[in-house]
Ligand binder design. Structure first.
Ligand code: FPP
Length: 252
């Protein structure tokens, strides 16, 4: 049995995944890019189930970035259809697993056929407590930060917020991840080493694991490998190796 203090038993509470490599996976097989996205959408559910089984409490998936609109319209439309398809296929089962759906990003610009079912899933799963599945849709960390800053500025202008009283916690409370723990681990697939505008503020102290696997091949075993790499890391939060984690994250 593994002792609780053994690094191998450390499971991140919140994992964020930058799902990358669908296009290259398809191109290497002479398949259309959308086929890579279709295989990627299937993987998504396998990884959600594996994360729940491993005791992760929250998973944020970067499904569509604010910059992804620059892709051909056919690819964008295909991605949305896949998102709607995978949600429809697995919503009931995931709800039975007590998964609470949540989104981050600007859903307003999304077509109704995907926005409405996602909003319904968020509403119907509101009371589930076992696992938070956060879908980042039309999401960008800089855009999210600007929205938060505007909301603080509006309150300051209205006289309901003293600018001098603003702390990190005040700002974090206006981010779309408010109430969720900061990610402990960010995984990016396909070997790319960038955060690409994903949870930039929330990931200040996250461990980053780069998996060489393209997302359509990233299954349970690849997740296990990433979790094992995380468990072997020493997290410092700005301290020396001998110190322990502070009770609260630093506000300055
Ligand atoms: C990155 O591969 C992957 C994406 C941009 C989309 C990931 C989304 C899904 C798998 C599911 C769709 C779900 C919703 C809700 C939209 P890439 O095309 O950037 O790969 P490449 O770098 O090899 O070209």
């Amino acid at each position: 049995m593994t002792a609780p203090s053994d690094p191998a038993s450390r499971v991140p509470a919140h994992v964020g995944i930058i799902m990358d490599g669908n296009g290259r996976w398809a191109e290497r097989r002479g398949l259309p890019r959308l086929e890579g996205h279709r295989r990627g959408a299937e993987r998504l559910i396998e990884v959600v189930d594996a994360a729940i089984d491993r005791g992760v409490r929250c998973l944020t998936l970067y499904a569509f970035s604010a910059e992804n609109w620059r892709r051909p319209a056919e690819e964008v439309g295909g991605l949305f259809k896949l998102g709607e398809w995978v949600l429809r296929l697995h919503l009931h089962r995931l709800s039975k697993r007590k998964v609470r759906f949540r989104t981050i990003g600007d859903l307003g610009a999304m077509p109704d056929f995907i926005r409405v079912p996602i909003q319904e899933a968020v509403a119907s799963s509101r009371d589930n407590t076992a696992f938070d599945l956060v879908i980042a849709l039309n999401y960008g960390s800089r855009q999210e930060t600007v929205r938060a800053a505007k909301s603080l500025a509006a309150d300051a202008a209205a006289g309901t917020l003293d600018p001098a009283s603003i702390t990190w916690e005040t700002l974090a409370g206006r981010l779309e991840t408010a109430g969720l723990p900061d990610p402990d681990l960010i995984i990016r697939t396909s070997g790319e080493c960038r955060l690409s505008n994903f949870l930039l503020l929330q990931a200040a102290y996250a461990e980053i694991v780069i998996s060489p696997t393209f997302w359509p091949d990233f299954g349970k075993e690849a997740l296990e490998a990433a979790l094992a790499e995380y468990a072997g890391r020493e997290r410092r939060f700005g301290m020396t190796g001998g110190q322990v984690r502070p009770a609260a994250s630093p506000s300055a």
